[in-house]
Design a protein around this ligand. Structure first.
Ligand code: MG
Length: 163
């Protein structure tokens, strides 16, 4: 495989009452949370799909099926560690990651650096290689109405040896 590999992933989860809001591996105080089988961290799910895409290994549904009771309430940081080990085992490492969150509310700006730090610690990479953009959907469609949060991820991998 080539020296560099690009990957893209995206995810969306419904916002509902009675769930914690977990994004980027941290809990964000809010009246609603994301609905899902695991902790429903759509930012980390998008990130995992971009990593799997970059090494041509499909998507997270293949490895962590949503109907498998083993992953009920799973911490997405643990799943991310498993996926990044697959990347490292393929002989690649992360060069940089660019993430976007689309959410009408809550305002995510105060939590961006905590999310970057959480991802950097989970992956064992430099915080400066992780960017997170947060934007609203200008009131448009389900995200704009506050019914869901969507995330996208683009990652660049480089070969970890110097061949
Ligand atoms: Mg998901």
């Amino acid at each position: 495989m080539s020296k560099i590999r690009i990957g893209y992933g995206e995810d969306i989860h419904r916002l509902v009452e009675g769930r914690k809001l977990i994004l980027g591996g941290i809990e964000i105080p809010y009246e609603k949370g994301l609905l899902g089988h695991s902790d429903a961290d759509c930012l980390l799910h998008a990130l995992m799909d971009s990593l799997l895409g970059a090494i041509s290994k499909g998507d997270i549904g293949l490895y962590f099926p949503p109907d498998d009771p083993k992953y009920e309430g799973a911490c997405s940081k643990d799943l991310l560690k498993i996926v990044y080990k697959m990347v490292l085992d393929e002989g690649y490492k992360i060069n940089n990651i660019d993430l976007t969150i689309l959410a009408e509310s809550p305002k995510l700006r105060p939590y961006i650096d905590s999310m970057r730090n959480s991802i950097a610690e989970t992956l064992g990479i430099d915080i400066n290689d992780i960017n997170i953009q947060a934007m609203t959907n200008e009131g448009l469609d389900e995200i704009g109405k506050g019914l869901a949060i969507r995330a996208t991820s683009t990652c660049l991998l480089v070969r970890s040896n110097n061949e």
